[in-house]
Design a protein around this ligand. Structure first.
Ligand code: IVH
Length: 670
């Protein structure tokens, strides 16, 4: 078998498994087997750059962080939907439809789950994904192609798709499990938690780092084809969904054809409870007229189609006794109030604590401890307190006031002007130390087995540990006598602590709990700079230049290393014998095989932005200029190239290459 044949075979096989995994939730092979297929494909493509294509599954994360997103026009406006909140509203919608169509009977509808994500418009040209855009204001959205390509449920090429250009629309969302995982990571990194999967998905899609987007695990469901004017359409929405599925687009499988409004009402009723079993958030049901010719007759208003409506599930609410409002001090010192409630069942789970956002919010809503409050499961994930159950009562308890001092160390709390949160600034606040130490020892960071929540609590309380560096001065004798700590367990913890000294340096960097530095950020820093000393010595500009390191992270790192107390911590850890250097995996400057060559890029490349392409060439020593001249070695031609550049190249005898040629150049320069 030739390399080209094997490449083809692997791509088909990988797409098949992506579909089984993401579209049908029925994986047929293990993650390791899947990775093996992917690795084989990567290896072949590395050896045969001429076989690399933009729709290869290895190319999902192609581009570098964009500078920002370009605004693009939608071919047809992306409308929103009118809402129905109960059976009466649904029947009123049916009445309007019947009246509009002048029919006696209730027509055929399709009921689909309303996915709580963000709408997306995907353009395919000759079957290849060429553009992904957000809804924006409905008329103009943002071009998020690089991020869309990382969503593995979205096909990079349509199977047996239509010739020419076609746009399909749907919803990108974050599965509940992925949302939980991300919030666990946020918590471990001392960052604020995300409120719900929808906001997280929307924020992720607008993130400028495609590698981060890929890690987040977004998914998608598609529910509409926007046919080019005059092109043939299917007769019904049901046929359209079947067609989308045949193109290998992800179609949410629970849709149902409902002949008449009674069946629609039953569908909405059934899913009110059933939705809890899904792996994604749904906030309602979208009801669409099935017959596409009937739709045409009804048309649209300026805001919504007359042929569809969205039934919204009611958010489940309960009343519960608010016993107390407590304040938690996080690792970064952020003081967040939370509600301690009488345990109450809401939407299938028992709630005894709820978030209260920030002090201003509590005062604005006039939430007072010692009385009944209304609680709600917003987006069915994080419970929140809506407000007092009886705000007009005359015998209400006293108003709540934000404590002025840290509930743990009694230092004054203060609120930075540009933030909504209050903070305890005492760097030796036991609560901060405790949370910081828990994070330092956690599996993702220094991975010190046995140094868990309970031991950390005792170490902080007893004063045995007052700084992270004190961990490395603990002795087995010192530990014996603490709760549940015999000689054997003490020896084991000390051995684990000792072992952690040899950890990769990125674990230490992550464990230090520098704001915004997650596992990945720590790995990138360690890879790039090679040692803690070099990171410490790097200027803000040098930090910002590192691939994948954004300005916020760079600033946080610089600020951390500017603090004398932190420098003292580093030198104590160094003295204790911790690894402070790593192996550099990314050489700062590689070989320069394209030195002396000059390139010009025209048109759009499908796999990466022009800026990224230029950066890749420059990294190999080439010069990249904006106009063709005698000095130009080669003109790189993407889609929709500039005519003048092409003409000039032809006139001067400058050679051209297409995108595949360009990829070959940067993969295996000669
Ligand atoms: S159809 C012209 N179907 O809900 C009608 N929308 O509230 C286009 N949504 O902007 C929308 N699931 O982002 C449709 N199965 C579904 C949907 C859905 C979620 C979103 C969509 C739309 C919003 C309207």
């Amino acid at each position: 078998m030739t390399a080209a044949q094997r490449t083809q075979e692997l791509r088909q096989e990988i797409r098949r498994h992506e579909e089984l995994y993401y579209l049908q939730a029925a994986p047929a092979i293990s993650d390791a087997e899947f990775d093996a297929l992917m690795n084989e494909l990567k290896a072949i493509e590395a050896a045969h750059p001429e076989l690399l294509t933009a729709d290869s599954p290895t190319q999902r994360v192609g581009g570098r962080a964009a500078e920002g997103f370009v605004t693009v026009d939608h071919v047809q406006p992306m409308l929103s939907l009118d809402n129905a909140y109960n059976e009466e509203d649904l029947r009123a919608f049916d009445e309007r439809v019947r009246k509009g169509l002048a029919i006696e009977w209730s027509p055929s509808y399709v009921a689909e789950l309303k996915i709580d994500g963000l709408s997306i418009a995907l353009t395919y040209d000759q079957g290849q994904l060429v553009r992904g855009a957000t809804r924006g204001d409905g008329t103009r959205g943002e071009d998020v192609t690089t991020n869309v390509r990382t969503v593995r449920a979205i096909p990079l090429s349509l199977r047996n798709g239509p010739a020419g250009r076609v746009e399909i629309r749907g919803e990108v969302y974050l599965p509940k499990k992925a949302f939980e995982r991300i919030n666990q990571e946020q918590e471990a990194a001392g960052e604020p938690l995300y409120a719900n999967p929808r906001n997280t998905a929307a924020g992720t899609m607008r993130n400028l780092d495609p590698a981060l987007v890929a890690r987040r695990g977004l998914q998608a469901w598609i529910y509409q084809v926007v046919f080019p004017v005059g092109a043939p359409q299917q007769a019904s929405h049901a046929d359209m969904l079947a067609e989308l599925k045949a193109w290998s687009a992800p179609v949410e499988p629970h849709w149902q054809q409902c002949d008449g409004i009674d069946a629609v009402v039953a569908f909405c009723e059934a899913w009110r409870e059933r939705r809890a079993s899904l792996d994604f958030e749904t906030d309602g049901v979208v009801i669409k007229l099935n017959d596409l010719a009937q739709r045409e007759r009804l048309g649209v208003t300026s805001k919504f189609p007359r042929w569809a409506t969205a039934f919204k599930f009611p958010a489940e609410r309960k009343t519960a006794m608010l016993h107390r409002i407590e304040v938690n001090i996080g690792r970064t010192g952020a003081a967040t109030p939370f509600a301690m409630l009488e345990p109450t069942v809401v939407a299938g789970s028992t709630i005894s604590m709820a978030t209260l956002h920030n002090p201003d919010d509590i005062i604005r809503k006039d939430i007072r401890p010692g009385e009944l409050v209304i609680i709600e499961k917003a987006g069915d994930v994080i419970p929140r307190v809506v407000g007092p159950a009886n705000p007009a009562a005359t015998d209400r308890p006293a108003k709540w006031v934000m404590p002025t001092h840290c509930p743990v160390c009694n230092s004054p709390l203060h609120k930075p002007e540009d933030e909504a949160v209050w903070r305890c600034d005492n760097s030796s606040c036991p609560s901060k130390l405790r949370r910081g130490l828990e994070h330092f020892a956690s599996r993702g960071a220094m991975n010190i087995e046995g140094l868990g929540e309970s031991l950390v609590g005792q170490l902080a309380e007893s004063g045995l540990v007052k700084s992270l560096a004190d961990v490395y001065h603990l002795t087995a004798e010192g530990l014996v006598g603490l709760e549940r700590m015999g000689k054997k367990s003490a020896d084991k913890v000390i051995r684990e602590i000792e072992k952690s000294k040899a950890n990769d340096v990125w674990r230490l960097l992550y464990g230090l709990g520098i704001r915004h530095v997650g596992e990945r950020g720590a790995q990138v820093l360690a890879d790039h700079f090679g040692s803690v000393a070099d990171i410490q010595g790097a200027s803000l500009a040098e930090l910002q230049e590192v691939r994948e390191i954004g300005p916020v992270l760079a600033e946080a790192v610089r600020t951390w290393f500017d603090e004398p107390r932190n420098l003292e911590l580093i030198s104590r850890l160094h003295a204790a014998g911790l690894t402070m250097k790593g192996e550099r995996k990314v050489a700062p400057a590689g070989p320069q095989p394209l030195a002396g060559k000059t390139y010009v890029i025209t048109g759009e490349l499908s796999g990466m932005s022009r800026e990224e392409a230029a950066a890749r060439l420059q990294a190999l020593g080439a010069k990249v200029t904006g106009s063709v001249s005698k000095k130009t070695t080669t003109l790189i031609v993407g889609t929709e190239p500039g005519a003048s550049k092409l003409e000039k190249a032809a006139a001067l005898g400058v050679g051209t290459v297409d995108e595949a040629g360009f990829l070959a150049l940067i993969m295996k320069p000669s």
